[in-house]
Design a protein around this ligand. Structure first.
Ligand code: SF4
Length: 336
């Protein structure tokens, strides 16, 4: 049993978890909203410490990260639990713990992860698949060990975390992909059971800490594709994080409790076009080869990175600069 960090005991044999903005009040023997943090014998326990539902080497593009060591492999770790309850969740079995308990998962140590990463030929590890914030303690220990060994960790998250734990984690994280679900507080409340403001606060903290951040936005027809709201979101991203902020626009398909039809290509094209009025690096996702997801130099138009599904070529970058015009390219690149 691994004691959780970030909680306070309150009268009546209860605990208040202060890891994420839900700030659950948990009674003895019960769990929080995320289903993986429980109060037992006067202690808050991280039920999933070291327990993983998946461990696999993926292309870093799959996270998605397009400007963070493109073409590299990243060892990706998933557990179970989530602090949101999105009706369109793509990983609902592990996020909502459907038919899976922490005890049913295989246990790993941080050393196991380090060895697995080395054996997979990568120095990158991602916390992903389910919401890693709710598995905070193992993530932090692994990230610290990786950082001490000169390796890098990536957080793929909904950004729903309180400032103190995020601040304690960020020194050991090299890059983040934040899933911004909508630029609309009502959407967050109704569809995800959460709030928008803490997600924006997390993104601003990540940016202020100087970490590489990419943002993913799943476009759901009639739910978060209002053109004016989307324009406001694009303007917000550019104003807060700069026009080089990377934005992935992912096409929705019906899944789990959300049965709306798939997002049309017309909508995808319209939103990509709006976002590109403000941002230099906007990438469509889940659109097959119908839309261009290459990277071009914002300065001279040179092809920097070519992508075909997860096949990546980097014809236009040398030492982090455009080979044609020498413009610095936003992101982290190997010195090829
Ligand atoms: S991490 Fe889990 S237990 Fe803690 S406040 Fe968030 S949902 Fe509740």
């Amino acid at each position: 049993m691994h004691e959780a960090s970030f909680y306070i005991g309150i009268p009546g044999n209860k605990a208040k978890c202060t890891l994420c903005p839900h700030e659950c009040i948990i009674q003895e023997g019960k769990q929080g909203i995320c289903k993986v943090r429980s109060f037992r014998n006067e202690k808050l326990i991280s039920d999933t410490y070291g327990r993983l539902s998946a461990i696999a080497a993926d292309p870093v593009e799959k996270k998605p990260l397009y400007h963070f060591y493109p073409g590299k492999s990243i060892l990706s770790l998933g557990s179970i639990g989530c602090n949101m309850h999105c009706r369109h969740c793509q990983n609902e079995d592990i996020s909502q713990c459907i038919g899976i308990t922490p005890a049913s998962l295989k246990s790993y140590s941080t050393e196991d992860i380090m060895h697995r990463a080395a054996a997979s030929g990568t120095d990158l590890v991602a916390f992903t698949y389910n919401e890693p914030v709710v598995n905070y303690e193992f993530m932090l220990d692994t990230a610290r060990a990786m950082h001490a060994a000169g390796r890098a960790c990536v957080l793929v998250s909904n950004g729903y975390i309180m400032p103190e734990p995020l601040g304690a984690l960020l020194p050991y994280i090299s890059a983040c992909n934040i899933d911004l679900k909508a630029f609309d507080a009502a959407f967050y409340r109704k569809v995800a059971g959460a709030r928008l403001a803490p997600v924006l606060r997390s993104m601003e903290m990540i940016h202020q800490a100087g970490k590489h951040m990419e943002v993913t936005f799943l476009v759901i027809p009639g739910m978060n594709d209002d053109r004016e709201l989307f324009r406001k979101m694009s303007m917000y991203l550019a104003e807060k994080f700069g026009k080089s902020q990377v934005l992935h626009l992912s096409r929705y398909f019906p899944h789990y409790k959300m049965r709306l039809p798939a997002t049309s290509m017309e909508t995808m094209e319209a939103l990509v076009s709006i976002a590109r009025e403000y941002l230099e690096f906007v990438y469509p996702g889940n659109t097959g080869t119908a839309m261009d997801s290459n990277t071009y130099c914002p300065s001279c138009g040179n092809l920097l990175i070519g992508r075909n599904h997860y096949m990546v070529t980097i014809p236009g970058i040398r030492y982090g600069r455009c080979q044609q015009c020498e413009q610095q390219v936003h992101g982290k690149f190997s010195n090829q």
